[in-house]
Design a protein around this ligand. Structure first.
Ligand code: ADP
Ligand code: MG
Length: 240
């Protein structure tokens, strides 16, 4: 579904993403993990074409993303981040509907989709669709952020430390929900975190980054059983 081929990003003469080659299969929940500064967010933003590559190629279903129109890319790739960036003066419904509106869906299509998505996250649509972001708890706002990313039914969902700012209990329940949503929707997800416990909970595959390089890619079991090097061993050892 998503293929990165020798992807490199250079800032100030330094490869912050260094020749990363990775393929993410349809329906995978691939967790991209590594310490702060290892290049995870930069990698994700290149998949989304929020920033250009210095060299290499990224393909979505075989098609070079450089040749996909921006609007089409927004439809095909959803993006959810920690600071959700919900528009404060817009209701939950209006926030979720950003991409559908760009795509000129009718208001009844939008309304129905918002209902489905709130349902998916067990938020009562009649109660929540008209609320404003300041009326939501952190966990509810984060659910709306993910719902927004899923609004136009993208093929791929990118998530950058989406639950990082939440308290541990809310975080646990959102991880559980994400697992369920992944199972129910079969979405291809690339999920960035620096938290090994989160990775082990969620991932069908884990890709470990260190200083811009991919150091190991495997199932959680493979990573736990046969860490590729001391870095991975130490990193895995930090989880409990
Ligand atoms: P991570 O998400 O793994 O914490 P990032 O991808 O955000 O890491 O950053 C990787 C490295 O690239 C860091 O050293 C960061 O300082 C650097 N970096 C990120 N964005 C820029 C930028 N716009 N200009 C210069 N350096 C950047
Ligand atoms: Mg980051």
């Amino acid at each position: 579904m998503i293929e990165l081929d020798q992807v490199t990003k250079t800032y100030d003469g330094k490869n912050v993403v260094d020749s990363v080659t990775l393929s993410v299969g349809k329906g995978d929940l691939c967790v991209l993990i590594g310490p702060s500064g290892s290049g995870k967010s930069t990698t994700l933003k290149m998949i989304n074409r929020l920033i250009p590559l210095s060299s290499g190629t990224i393909r979505i279903e075989g098609q070079d993303i450089a040749s996909v129109r921006a609007e089409e890319l927004r439809r095909r790739i959803g993006y959810a981040i920690q600071s959700i960036g919900l528009f404060p003066h817009w209701t939950v419904e209006q926030n979720i509907a950003v991409v559908p509106r760009l795509l000129k869906w009718s208001s009844s299509q939008v309304r129905q989709r918002v209902e489905e998505l709130l349902d998916l996250f067990h938020l009562d649509a009649s109660e929540f669709r008209h609320k404003y972001p300041h009326q939501l708890s952190g966990g509810q706002a984060q659910r709306v952020g993910v719902a927004r990313a899923l609004a136009a039914d993208p093929e791929v969902l990118l998530m950058d430390e989406p639950f990082g700012a939440l308290d541990p209990i809310t975080r646990d329940s959102l991880q559980e929900e994400m697992r369920r949503v992944h199972e129910e929707t079969g979405k291809t997800i690339v999920f960035v975190t620096h938290d090994m416990d989160e990775a082990l909970k969620l991932a069908s595959r884990i890709a470990i980054m260190d200083e811009g390089r991919l150091v190991q890619v495997g199932t959680p079991r493979e990573i736990l059983n046969t860490p590729a090097n001391d870095f991975v061993l130490n990193f895995v050892g930090q989880s409990d």
